[in-house]
Design a protein around this ligand. Sequence first.
Ligand code: PGA
Length: 252
Amino acid sequence: MTAAPIRALVAGNWKMNGTTAALREPRLLAAMLKGVKLKCDVLVCPPATILRRAKAVMKGSKIRVGGQDCHAAASGAHTGDISADMLKDAGASMVIVGHSERRTNHKETDAEVLAKAKAVHRAGLTAIICIGETLEERKAGKTLEVLTAQIKGSVPAESNAGNTVVAYEPVWAIGTGLTPTTAEVAEAHTHIRAELEKAMGAEGSQTRILYGGSVKPSNAAELMSAANVNGALVGGASLKAADFIGIIKTYM
Ligand code: PGA
């Protein structure tokens, strides 16, 4: 059986960067991509404070906007938190959950990430669920085991290829300039694919698996060429349109 090709996704995670002045970048990106036939979807996840305006400055383009995290509840007494419904209301079509910075800085567990992913689904949005091993875990030969546990713990059973994207982000590769070899990326992604097929059946074979961690224009083509890589989750190199487009070019 030959499966339909999976449409790639290149997503930018701005993290806690960007005020009004930064809106020039998505505006520029939309202008650069005008009339370009892309073989991937493009997503920009700015801080929630400028989400709506980022969407507005890219109006008329196919670039989507997303959130970087959400609360597991739809509303309530949760000072400072933002729900998936609120992100949707601001224009988001996807929400990142379980990013390693959330798992580390906010001690988020797989169970909490699972609850957040379910909240994203309930809001009718797509969850980008991040998983990945630490350097210690990789050195101990536990990478695949860790990925299996994170998939079992944080990917909702009722997920489908439309409402779920999995991002493999080795913790040691995030913001460090270090990247796994193409063979290591292929090994992890092929393992994730098999686990998703076990958990989600046929939907698992169509679910996008992104690679994230120090992706930049100079290494994107090679990282994206690894087996079962269906796009990228980009941090630092998504902040400037000129860099981000260098990664998107992999799919032009
Ligand atoms: P980086 O971040 O591209 O800056 O390494 C990736 C991420 O955290 O999603």
